[in-house]
Write a protein that binds this ligand. Sequence first.
Ligand SMILES: Cc1ncc(COP(=O)(O)O)c(C=O)c1O
Length: 479
Amino acid sequence: MLLTIDRRSKKPIFKQIVNQIHQKILSGELAPNSRMLSERELAKTLSVNRMTVVRSYDELQSLGLIERFKGSGTFVAVAHKRDVSKLTNWTTYINDNTFLTTNPIIQKIREHSRTMTNGFDLANGELAPDLFPSNLLEAIMRRISISDINLGYSPPEGIGDLRDSLCLSLDSRKSIKTTSACILITSGAQQALYLIANCLLRPGDVIAIESPSYNYSLSIFKSAGLKIVGLKVKKDGIDPKEIEHLYKSYNIKMIFLNPTYQNPTGTVMSSKKRIEVLRISERLRIPIVEDDPFSDLNYGTKALPPPIKSYDDKENVLYIGSFSKIVASGLRIGWLVAPIEVIKKLSDVRQQIDFGLSIFPQIIANEFVKSESYTQHIELVNDLLRFKRDILVTAMNRELKHLVQYQEPNGGFHLWVKLNNKYNESKLINESFNNNLLFMPGSIYGDKNGYFRLTFARLNNQDIDNAIEKLKLIIEKAT
Ligand SMILES: Cc1ncc(COP(=O)(O)O)c(C=O)c1O
C-alpha cells in the first residue's frame, strides 16, 4: 500500500493517511476483504508514530471502511463491495472543516481512563467523587420546588439570582467589584474561553498565551484560526516585559493568563507582576483574559495575591471563574466578568447557539453559593487536598528523588514534574498504559523539555503510595 506523507502540509499526518486509504478503497485499489498492514508495519513504512496510525485506523473503522479482528488483523470492510462512489464521503465532512479534533494522545488517555479498572488516574483534572459536596447538593435539590420554577428558557446571560450571588461572592472572596449585569453564566470556564476566542477575535489574529499552557485552550484557539505566541512561564509567572516585545513583533490582540496555580505548572504570578501586566495591557490597549479556576484551592500558609481583575478599574480584564475545581465539574457552571457591551454581545451569541444554560444547575449553584456551607465546603476540600499533597510528596521524595524534580504546590492539584534523565515520551506513554497508571505528558501543553503533569485530586489516599511505586518503574523503563 503506497502512501505519501507531506510533512510540510498543514493537514495532520493522520488525516493524510485516512484520506489516501479512503480514496484507495473508493477506487477499488484496496479490495474488500483484503488485509491491511498492521498499525506497527504501516507506522514503520511511513516513519510515523504508531499512535498516528492507530488514530487513522480508528477513524477508518468508525467510517465503516475497515474492520479489525483481534488476533487476525485489519481488513478492508466487506460492506464496501457496494457501489461506494454513491455514498456520502463522510471523511471529507469530518476532516475538512475548521474545528480540530482533540490531540490523539489526550483522546487515548481519556479513553483508557474510562475503561481502566484497578488503575491509577493521575491525568484527570477533576476532584475525586468523595470531594464533591454530594450531600449538600442533594439537600438543596430536595428543597427546590419545581412548580415554583419558570421552566421556560433561561435568559441567555444566566439567571439573575445566580449572577447576583456571584457578584457578592466575587467581592467578598476575591475583592473583585462588579455588577450582575457584567456577569455571563457559561457552561464551565471552557465555554467562556470558546466564546472569547470565536466572538471577540478574528481568524488570523495573534494572541499571547503562557507556555506551557492548558491543553484544551490550545485546541480551541487553533480551531478559531488564532495564531499563538508563547510567554514563557517562570517560577513566579510570565515576564510582563515579554508582552511588549511580542506586541511589537506580532501586534498581539489579547493576552491569556492563568496566573493562580497555573495549569500545568502550578505556578502563582507575583502581585508585582500582576500589576505590571495590567499596566502594560492598558498602555497597549489589549485586553487580558484572566482564567482563574484554581484560586479557591489554596492550602498553604500564605494568602494569595489578589486576582489581576481586582486591580482593574478600566475594564481591561475579562475574568473567568468556574465551579469545576471546587464544587463539581459535572454541574458545568462557569462565569465571565466583562464590560456590559461584551456581555450583551456574548449573550446574543448564546441565544443563537443554545438559548443559554439549563436552569437546573444554575438554581442549584445559586443556592449553594448563598449558603454558609459553600465556604465550609471549600475549606474542607482544601484540607483534604493538602493531606493528599503531603502523602504524594512524601512518596515522591522516597521513591523518585533521584529521577525527577518538582516544586511542591500550595494550592491547586497539579504537580509539574521534570525528568532528570533523557527519556522517550512515546515509551513513557506506552508504559503508562501498560501499567494502568495515567498522567499527562508535557508535550500536550506545548512543552518538549521532559516534563509531565500529575494530578492528585482524584486518587484515594491509600492508592497514592502504590501509584508512585508504579510510576518509578515506568520512568525507569522509559529513561
Ligand atoms: C486553566 C483551565 N481553564 C479552564 C478549564 C475548563 O474548566 P471547566 O470545567 O470550568 O470548563 C480548565 C479545566 O481543567 C483549566 O484547567
